[in-house]
Design a protein around this ligand. Structure first.
Ligand SMILES: Nc1ncnc2c1ncn2[C@@H]1O[C@H](COP(=O)(O)OP(=O)(O)OP(=O)(O)O)[C@@H](O)[C@H]1O
Ligand SMILES: [Mg+2]
Length: 263
């Protein structure tokens, strides 16, 4: 199963969600792919898979426009241990921007799906999208079975999430993927006690009936620490790191259940 992690607002915690869910799935024994569909390459770096200049990336795989073209571009997660054994990364660097100019070419939006064809082998794939609804996110949406929205409980964040929901509803067929749907909305970077967050968190279930997943992801410095030190949360061995890893484990279990219902 492939899940595109999206939000039409930057900095909402999409990449943190992808990286920490991948870790949680791997800890639970699952094999995971992370497709970095963002030219920022943040997921690639945080997973210790920043590509060398001569290394093939998701950009070349898309450009090929051939079935299975991504096969040789996957690399191991650089964290070591079970993470390296179970997490593969389809890495990105800035040149992925060049694929955007192909948006006007007929059928170009299907190129990532074609590139990934036959590469999954029963794995769960998380696609880390940029904060837009443009060509790169559309490439991911064509390739995906479902969309997960990550939302900070603030006005702009909720508006961004509403745009993603409407986009999927209105354009799944245009993207040749009529079964594409939003499987969940995960509140992220939640500051407890911050009035606006408490208020908007309460309203989320009204904006997104039956879609809001629990637990929400709290704002915690340890998320930044793990990202900056290119390490999984559990390796930090502090109580906040363990608590956050446990929260991601609960969300990962929900993804595993979702995979079972899709299969
Ligand atoms: N729950 C959290 N607690 C604390 N910091 C967080 C949390 N989630 C994300 N961050 C930090 O906030 C910043 C933005 O997060 P992240 O890069 O995951 O968001 P994004 O939605 O992927 O951004 P972009 O739209 O640029 O792709 C990063 O520095 C990240 O480490
Ligand atoms: Mg990101």
């Amino acid at each position: 199963m492939r899940i595109a992690v999206c939000q039409n607002k930057g900095g909402s915690g999409k990449t943190a969600m992808v990286v920490n869910l991948a870790a949680a799935l791997a800890e639970a024994g699952e094999r995971v792919d992370v497709a970095d569909v963002d030219p920022q390459g943040n997921a690639s770096r945080r997973l210790g898979a920043r590509p060398d200049a001569d290394q093939a990336t998701i950009s070349e795989a898309i450009k090929c426009d051939a079935l299975g073209a991504a096969r040789d571009a996957y690399v191991e997660c650089g964290w070591g241990g079970v993470y390296s054994e179970r997490i593969r990364v389809l890495p990105a660097r800035f040149e992925l921007e060049n694929r955007i100019s192909e948006a006007g070419t007929v059928g170009a939006v299907k190129r990532l799906k074609r590139a990934m064809a036959g590469c999954d082998d029963g794995r769960t794939t998380l696609l880390d999208c940029p904060p837009s609804l443009g060509h790169l996110t559309q490439l991911a949406m064509v390739a995906a079975d479902a969309v997960l929205i990550v939302v900070e409980p603030e006005f702009d964040g909720i508006e961004g999430a509403v745009r993603v929901l409407a986009f999927v509803r209105d354009h799944a067929e245009d993207l040749n993927n009529p079964r594409l749907h939003v499987a969940g909305v995960v509140p992220s970077r939640v500051r407890a006690g911050l009035g606006v967050h408490d208020f908007q968190l309460e309203g989320l279930a009204t904006c997104f009936p039956r879609l809001v997943w629990a637990p929400h992801i709290r704002e915690r410095a340890v998320i930044k620490a793990a990202a900056d030190s290119v390490a999984p949360l559990r390796s930090l061995r502090t109580l906040p790191a363990r608590e956050m890893a446990d929260d991601f484990a609960q969300l990962a279990a929900r993804i595993t259940r979702l995979k079972e219902t899709v299969a």
